[in-house]
Design a protein around this ligand. Structure first.
Ligand code: CUA
Length: 172
């Protein structure tokens, strides 16, 4: 059987592309531990309010200045309702719902996740701008959906000293 030269070239090129794609998946998966955004952590929605972690939602500041924020999203509020985090340090949000699907959107940032009962939604972000941000629910969850919001206060300073919004400057 005679295969035209150009056909051969294209056949090998197609095979080469497939090998290249598979290799890139292998490199990112095993070499760089990059996975699709499908991190699944489950939780029983019935026990959220008594859970060791989610039953006491709030902000934990770690020794390196980073923070973990544990949030309950329920009809029709967020707990805590006012969240203070450091500026310029990684902040990890962990959110779950004891009732229905909610949204957790930090307005004017790329922090935006769906909060599904039975699952823990988690993301990490760093706030480069100190100040106040609005958190809203962006998934329709019932009659009080439009009042479901919270405040996020990003403190000034290095962040390493904590979450308090201290006035900038001052020699010491
Ligand atoms: Cu919660 Cu809309």
């Amino acid at each position: 059987m005679n295969v035209d030269l150009y056909e051969k070239i294209w056949m090998w090129a197609a095979l080469g592309i497939i090998v290249l794609f598979l290799a890139s998946i292998g490199v990112t998966t095993f070499g760089q531990a990059i996975e699709p955004p499908s991190r699944v952590e489950t939780i029983d929605p019935e026990t959220v309010r008594t859970d060791a972690e989610f039953g006491r939602p709030g902000v934990t500041i770690h020794n390196d200045g980073s923070a973990t924020v544990v949030v309950q999203a329920f009809t029709f509020a967020f707990l805590p309702n006012e969240i203070r985090v450091p500026h310029g340090r990684p902040v990890t949000f962990r959110i779950t719902s004891p009732d229905v699907i909610h949204g957790f959107q930090i307005v004017q940032t790329n922090g935006n996740v769906m909060v599904v009962p039975g699952y823990v939604s988690q993301f990490t972000t760093t706030f480069d701008r100190a100040g106040e941000y609005l958190i809203v629910c962006n998934e329709y969850c019932g009659l009080g959906h439009h009042i479901m919001s919270a405040r996020l206060i990003v403190g000034e300073g290095s962040g390493a000293s904590g979450a308090a919004a201290m006035p900038a400057g001052g020699a010491r």
